[in-house]
Design a protein around this ligand. Structure first.
Ligand SMILES: C[S@@+](CC[C@H](N)C(=O)[O-])C[C@H]1O[C@@H](n2cnc3c(N)ncnc32)[C@H](O)[C@@H]1O
Length: 208
């Protein structure tokens, strides 16, 4: 079995000054940002070099972000400073970052591909971490991305689809669920048509 890339892989990717996925936010996040409770506390998981967290901070959200790669977090902090927005950014492994219970108005997961045991546990903790009315925004590559050569993990078990997400995030109210191929052009890291799953879901009990 091909091994999941570890911290050294990401440190090497982020080690040079350019932004591997660019500095503009992910298109799906830009489209769906209105689903997040305005001005709320948002957690960006596996945030990389900060393009998504910094965008959210610039929209007035109170943003906390974490990523395994120190070089990525350093660039996220720099991007936030350049744009003059506050960002609470941490170097942390998803296995250990304390998400808490009922803490977050939003959780944002963009191409946060991890090995299944970690992903399953993370998704369980994300569902618990959302406040009532809190919203998860997630985009990831599906198994259909394998071999396309336009980015994403080349290990099928690291990809996700709607069935995986529905099983791993039970009890959330689905607001948007889609699997399709779309152009994903985000720096040199993502470079063409990509097979993605998009998932927007809310923890019940909040004001709709
Ligand atoms: C494809 S990149 C996406 C980065 C960012 N979300 C974006 O869209 O620009 C995947 C990210 O997951 C991070 N990552 C992988 N495994 C992780 C883990 N166990 N804990 C925290 N971050 C992790 C990597 O360091 C990398 O930054």
């Amino acid at each position: 079995m091909t091994q999941a890339p570890g911290a050294a892989h990401w440190e090497a990717r982020y080690g040079d000054p350019h932004y591997h996925y660019g500095t503009e936010p992910n298109d799906f996040l830009r489209e769906q940002v209105g689903a997040l409770p305005p001005g709320g506390r948002v957690l960006c998981i596996a945030d990389g070099e900060g393009r998504n967290s910094v965008f959210l901070a610039s929209m007035g959200f109170q943003v906390t972000a974490f990523d395994l790669a120190e070089a990525g977090v350093a660039k996220a902090r720099r991007l936030a400073a350049e744009q003059g927005v506050p960002l609470d950014a941490h170097v942390a492994d998803a296995a250990h970052f304390p998400i808490g219970e009922g803490e977050w108005d939003g959780v944002v997961s963009i191409f946060a591909h991890m090995p299944p045991p970690l992903r399953v546990d993370l998704h369980r903790r994300v569902a618990v971490g959302l406040r009532e009315g809190g919203v998860l925004l997630l985009e990831a590559y599906t198994p259909a991305q394998i071999g396309r050569g336009t980015g994403g993990p080349q290990v099928p078990e690291m990809t996700m689809n709607l069935a995986t997400l529905r099983a791993e995030l039970p009890g959330l109210e689905e607001l948007h669920a889609a699997e399709f191929v779309r152009p994903v052009v985000e720096g040199p890291g993502h470079t063409g048509d990509g097979a993605v799953v998009q998932y927007v879901a809310r923890r019940a009990g909040g004001v709709s």
